[in-house]
Design a protein around this ligand. Structure first.
Ligand code: ANZ
Ligand code: ZN
Length: 729
């Protein structure tokens, strides 16, 4: 009569039930406290999900499910970050419309994710390429424009000649395009910019108020790169003109023996300036090690105290003054603050992005598209290929480009640049709280109820891009009174990526991608989930190991078989030690989940299941506790076993087990007995036994008797509740 564990059958059955009953739907407003868990929404690529994708989804699913059971009204949403190059390039290659590609890919991702039983609230699903969504991305852009934070500038941009696209500094890694690895060129172009630098201080100060890993905070601080220093003028040509330098060490000015201006190669300009401290003439050089776009683009060379200046001075035989007088910090120049952070290049000359919602009118200049005419939708085009002039493919669609000016009614041209892929993801967490709203990006009431995000888990690779950008947008919206808190995320954590069996990064080009479908097919979603949480510390990268799936599968089978040992209706644990273990297990699993210790939580559950398996009978209470603690990790099997016990409500809406502090330590203690420091025996003692009672009992033990007979006990040392050492010699 004992039924075998058949994940396929029970998983699809319960997924259907959950969908029908909507148990993971987070209702707006409630008397319960709210909890908002967030993962970085995926880019729906044509390759589908690989086994690395679900690791953070499962991790935060465990947290979300636990929070729900703890009585929180929990929001755990999902959507698609679907604009950008991969889809556009795929469309160019296959001749399919990006809209169609996006639909197919997100349908596939949805199917895959749903087969894993993750408790996302699908009713709130968003897609950044949906005109109903990007209407609001455009509206938010217009807010930046209205407040002077979006502007056009002709600037040298990082240009990828292969992708034919301008790149933000953040997208250039070691001088190469982050996506395709091609050497980046410089190109002068009119670009839309967002003034993120105006928020540099707020973005720094905000870090003091949030719970992020220290290394994430450090990366954000470094990226912003705030430096306090001074600007000092060095006069030339008899005081007519001067070179302004930026220094963080104005106290070293007496040691400044030359000036360097940013240049392409090292050379002497032939000019001299006067050091205002020493009144000496110092030569003005050009060199590559001085960056043109930082500080003032010029420095004072202090070879005695700055390593790079010393190298430069030695190479070009410039004077080095070792022991010079130190100046006071305010003595020369003017105090200034400089940042490494640059304004954000916000336009892309491509097709698959949000059109920037402005028109160019000969009479009125740049005119924003009025709110009631949003969204400015992407027109259907035949050819998505970017142009060689660097203009967007949209520039070729005259019916779309030619329009009337909303201000004067005259002839105007639409802006043909689109926004970067980072736009839609800069505010998506706000849209989730009210994803169907056609009147506003989200209602004030719902924003007030749901935000900020309580726990956001995402990749370390997004620390300087997405995380900084979305914090910037949220700070800006806070200043406008649109969102209730300046910081969007209370707590941030990161997961490690999953590598292939050999320890290499999984990628389509390497051909080493493992599709979760095949794993679910063979082992079941619960086994995949438990394996991904068990395989190693959540924050560390780890190699996939097909063989290791067997362990989690066996564990679930063991849990399955325990149901046949349960004495129904029996509520209490069998003995005091059993009760202690149960409470210890509850505590350990509860604490571990809060600290991303998913792997140790599972091993604790494995130990517990082993102990129960060895018992002759398992009480209903013990078995239910095991199921409740396992439910966030393996939601299908636990739901099935829960209903087999006769419950009609879902296990996922039950209260999370609580532990009793007083039961964490057993009343029974094992006292180890040593004779002259060597372990000779042990016995079970009651917690209340006094030291003399312990000694008395120990001396009577037969295994101790044979060591001490005929000898004198000189003294004894007792470590309460643990060890008794009997000293003879
Ligand atoms: C004299 C000096 C003496 C300096 C000394 C340092 C140590 P932060 O802001 O922390 O990165 N510097 C200034 N502008 C520069 C540029 N455009 N390119 C390259 N280097 C530049 O460091 C600021 C320091 O870096 C400045 O202080 C300047 O060198 C150099 F013992 O001035 B210092
Ligand atoms: Zn006009």
């Amino acid at each position: 009569m004992s039924k075998d564990y058949d994940p396929k059958e029970i998983e699809s059955k319960w997924q259907k039930v959950w969908e029908e009953t909507g148990i993971y739907h987070a209702g707006d407003f409630s008397d319960k406290p709210k909890y908002y868990t967030l993962i970085e929404f995926p880019y729906p690529s044509a390759d589908g999900l690989h086994v690395g994708h679900p690791r953070p989804y499962i991790g935060m699913d465990v947290v979300s499910r636990k929070k729900r059971m703890e009585g929180y009204n929990t929001l755990y949403p999902i959507g698609w970050d679907a604009f950008g190059l991969p889809t556009e390039n795929f469309a160019i290659k296959t001749g399919k419309k990006p809209q169609v590609v996006t639909k197919e890919n997100s349908d596939n991702f949805r199917r895959q994710i749903q087969s894993l039983g993750i408790s996302f609230d699908w009713a709130r699903e968003i897609n950044t390429t949906d005109p109903k969504y990007y209407k609001w991305t455009q509206w938010l852009f217009l807010k930046f424009l209205e407040h002077g934070l979006a502007y056009k500038a002709k600037i040298p941009i990082n240009w990828c000649p292969k992708d034919k696209i301008g790149l933000a500094n953040e997208e250039v890694v070691d001088g190469k395009c982050e996506r395709c690895g091609t050497e980046v060129e410089q190109k002068e172009k009119e670009q839309w910019m967002l003034a993120i630098t105006k928020y540099a201080d707020k973005l720094l100060e905000g870090l003091e108020t949030v719970n992020y890993p220290e290394r994430v905070k450090a990366q954000q601080r470094n990226w912003i790169g705030r430096s306090e220093g001074a600007e000092i003028d060095f006069k030339i040509d008899g005081g007519q003109t001067s070179v302004k330098v930026f220094t963080t060490r104005p106290d070293t000015i007496f040691g400044a023996t030359f000036l360097v201006v940013a240049g392409k190669e090292d050379k002497f300009t032939g000019k001299y300036a006067t050091n205002p401290a020493t009144q000496e003439k110092v030569p003005i050089w050009e060199a590559e090690y001085v960056m043109s776009d930082y500080g003032t683009g010029s420095i004072m060379g202090v070879p005695a105290d700055d390593e790079r200046d010393r190298v430069f001075a030695e190479k070009h035989r410039l004077p080095i003054v070792e022991n010079y007088k130190k100046a006071g910090f305010e003595d020369f120049g003017k105090k200034v603050v400089k940042y490494k952070l640059r304004d954000w290049v916000f336009s892309r000359q491509r097709y698959w992005g949000e059109p920037i919602p402005v028109v160019h009118c000969e009479k009125c200049g740049i005119v924003p598209v009025p709110e009631d005419q949003l969204p400015v939708t992407l027109p259907e085009v035949e050819n998505y290929q970017p142009t060689d002039t660097g203009d967007s493919p949209l520039a070729n669609i005259s019916e779309w480009v030619n329009t009337t000016c909303p201000k004067c009614g005259g002839y105007a041209k639409r802006e043909t640049d689109v926004m970067p892929n980072w736009a839609g993801s800069s505010w998506y967490f706000l849209r989730y709280v009210d994803s169907k709203n056609d009147e506003k990006f989200a209602s004030q009431d719902k924003l007030k109820y749901w935000t900020p995000v309580d726990w956001y888990n995402g990749g370390m690779e997004h620390t300087t891009l997405h995380l900084l950008y979305s914090r910037f947008w949220n700070h800006f919206l806070y200043d406008l009174g649109f969102v209730p808190t300046a910081e969007p995320y209370k707590k941030r954590t990161s997961h490690g990526i999953i590598l292939d069996q050999k320890g290499d990064k999984m990628s389509k080009s390497r051909g080493n991608v493992i599709n979760p479908d095949s794993i679910t097919e063979r082992f079941g979603a619960d086994t995949l989930r438990v394996y991904e949480m068990f395989m190693g510390p959540f924050e560390q990268a780890i190699a996939w190991s097909e063989n290791s799936l067997v362990g989690p599968r066996r564990f679930l089978e063991k849990v399955w078989k325990l149901q046949f040992k349960v004495s129904k209706g029996q509520t209490l644990g069998t003995d005091s030690q059993g009760l202690t273990l149960m409470h210890q297990t509850i505590k350990k699993v509860s604490d571990d989940i809060e600290e991303l210790g998913f792997n140790t939580a599972i091993s604790t559950l494995m130990i517990y299941a082993n102990v129960l398996e060895k018992q002759e009978k398992v009480s209903q209470k013990e078995f239910e506790t095991l199921l409740l603690l396992l439910a966030p990790f393996a939601p299908h099997i636990t739901e099935e076993l829960w209903s087999e016990l006769g419950h009609s409500d879902s296990i996922h809406t039950q209260p999370w087990p609580e532990y009793d502090n007083s039961k964490l330590v057993s009343d029974e203690l094992t006292i180890v007995v040593q004779v002259d420091g060597k372990v000779r025996g042990s016995f079970e003692a009651d917690k209340s036994m006094s030291e003399s009672e312990v000694l008395e009992k120990a001396l009577k033990l037969s295994e101790i008797q044979k060591w001490i007979v005929g000898k004198e006990v000189k003294k004894h040392i007792y470590v309460p509740g643990k060890v008794l050492n009997i000293v003879l010699s």
